[in-house]
Design a protein around this ligand. Structure first.
Ligand SMILES: NC(=O)CC[C@H](N)C(=O)O
Length: 314
């Protein structure tokens, strides 16, 4: 289907599909380990698609704000690459999927030299947060927020202080990971200031439209889709997209590659950022998560769309 025909088809059908796919929320559960996330409505489902032509389509609860959580890891990776270069970043994190859950400690002890396997698991993302340039955690987080706003083409994204504090007060697991990394001499910065950056980046609040626009920049190899200005070097976008395919959906990334076949990154608030290279960016919110921690209705919806419009890269 040509992209013009596909957008007409989407306009005609997307609202009905979203309403029908809400039912999949019953298969999942809203995350509660960050107490503030537990308030999200189980049945919510929203999506925005932003095509490079400028066409934008939204349906369902696309206007509902949610926090980026792990989706932020793609963007801190990009910022760290822009701040420090490829060599410095990959001295600290690897390039391989783990097959373990996103907050696992297992391989940090089992596999020498104890550096995180990739930048999209929590351990890797915590190290990446320590590489962002800035004079203080607030300054580093402010630079991340500014970067997100630039890619979203919108001044809207900002830190949700309730979610930030809620995670900071309860993050025993991430604290353990960070202390472990410090002991392994992978983390050079102090633990608490590094975690402070990490919790803030996870708590950046967005909408589906903003996420779709961020995805469109990645789909466009890092150039602003409308002015052509380079926002991110193409090489770094390629690295990020490769990680999204191999690690973006945690330990369900292989299945997602087979069923959907496009770069994507999910977050524990139920968000998904996805993109069809050269074509469009996608933002989804569906707070009920499956057993791998991905939005259950969101993944089902992406599978439907990918099959219908033949999006798979493979
Ligand atoms: N999977 C996620 O989205 C994890 C992010 C969350 N802030 C955490 O560290 O646990």
């Amino acid at each position: 289907m040509s992209s013009v025909a596909a957008f007409q088809d989407l306009t005609d059908n997307l609202p009905d599909w979203v309403e029908a796919y809400r039912a999949y929320a019953a298969e999942g559960r809203v995350a509660t380990y960050i107490p503030e996330l537990a308030h999200a409505p189980q049945q919510a489902l929203g999506i925005t698609l932003h095509h490079k032509s400028g066409a934008v389509i939204s349906a369902g609860d696309a206007g509902m704000p949610f926090t980026l959580q792990s989706i932020s890891k793609v963007f801190t990776l990009l910022l760290a690459l822009m701040d420090r270069g490829e060599k410095a970043v990959f001295e600290k994190v690897g390039m391989e999927p783990t097959g373990d859950v996103f907050n696992s400690m297992l391989k940090l002890e089992l596999v020498q030299p104890g550096k995180p396997f990739n930048p999209l698991i929590n351990a890797g993302a915590i190290v990446i947060s320590s590489l962002i340039r800035g004079d203080s955690p607030e300054h580093k987080a402010e630079r991340i927020v500014r970067f997100i706003r630039e890619l979203a083409g919108d001044e809207g994204p900002s830190i949700n202080e309730h979610v930030y504090r809620s995670e900071a007060e309860t993050a025993n697991r991430n604290r353990s990971l960070a202390y472990f990394l410090k002991d392994n001499k992978v983390l050079d910065e102090e633990v608490e200031p590094t975690l402070d950056v990490y919790f803030r980046q996870c708590a950046i609040e967005v909408t589906c439209a903003q996420v779709a626009r961020m995805g469109l920049v990645l789909a466009n190899d890092g150039a602003d889709p409308f002015t052509g200005r380079e926002l991110i070097p193409k090489r770094y976008v390629r690295i990020a997209k490769s990680f999204m395919v191999t690690c973006g959906m945690y330990n369900a990334s292989g299945e997602f590659a087979i069923q959907v076949g496009i770069p994507a990154k999910s977050g524990v608030a139920g968000g998904i950022l996805a993109l069809v290279p050269g074509e469009l960016g996608i933002g989804i919110i569906g707070p009920a998560l499956n057993d791998k921690g991905n939005s259950t209705a969101g993944v089902h919806l992406l599978r439907l769309l990918s099959e219908r419009y033949d999006w798979s890269m493979f």
